[in-house]
Design a protein around this ligand. Structure first.
Ligand code: SAH
Length: 196
């Protein structure tokens, strides 16, 4: 097996592992009654589509067809090793965040009936650890796929979702939890502990 094939398979296995991990939470979340869905807008759906395109569709097309070929560059072993490690870290963080958010989790922005504010565990370190996990995944994609378009597509797709969403998500949480969320905002950063 060539190094490139190995890297593509590692990327695909990472995505499959993420999906398998997420499925039971999707089922659980669907059973929760939604109290506030005002933030589930067409804009949110557009952002989710962009993110899915960058993290899923563009790299999948590349992995299967090597298209777009003009953007290919040679792959190094160090890059693949780093990519596998970063993807493993992303999956670990996904697992932690899904377990901790439990029935409060949703794909898009919404507040559930009996929504609980989670501020412990990985949520004590940053306010958006699941988004940190998505950035790690996107970084792993950029390392594992030696293509100047398919590699960074995840960072661009998810990055767009993140930067257009995070302010609104925090606004929604402040409306729902008031002073409790404001205090939580004062003692935490968004996605990188102590930095941002
Ligand atoms: N931004 C968080 C959660 C992503 S899931 C993270 O990156 O880990 C998105 C949903 O999670 C939002 O609709 C919101 O209702 C919920 N949410 C966000 N932060 C939360 C928290 N600290 N406790 C409980 N629910 C939260």
């Amino acid at each position: 097996m060539s190094l490139l094939t190995f890297a593509k398979i590692a990327w695909a296995l990472g995505v499959v592992a993420w999906y398998v991990m997420r499925m039971p939470f999707e089922r659980k979340a669907k059973r929760q009654r939604v109290a506030d869905a005002r933030h589930r807008t067409a804009r949110e759906m557009t952002l989710l589509t962009l993110s899915t395109t960058g993290l899923g569709i563009v790299p999948a097309v590349y992995a299967l067809t090597s298209w777009p070929r003009f953007a290919a560059y040679p792959l190094s072993l160090a890059q693949v090793v780093a990519g596998v490690l970063v993807f493993a870290a992303a999956l670990w963080l996904f697992w932690r965040t899904h377990r901790q958010l439990g029935r409060n989790w949703s794909v898009t922005l919404e507040i559930k009936d009996k929504h609980q504010l989670i501020t412990s565990g990985v949520y004590a370190r940053v306010r958006h650890p699941m988004y940190s996990a998505f950035f790690l995944w996107a970084l792993a994609q950029a390392l594992l796929l030696p293509n100047w378009i398919a590699g960074p597509a995840g960072l661009i797709g998810f990055g767009t979702l993140f930067f257009f969403r995070v302010g609104r998500e925090e606004q929604m949480m402040r409306e729902a939890f008031g002073a409790e969320y404001e205090a939580y905002e004062k003692r935490t950063r968004r996605i990188i502990p102590g930095l941002y």
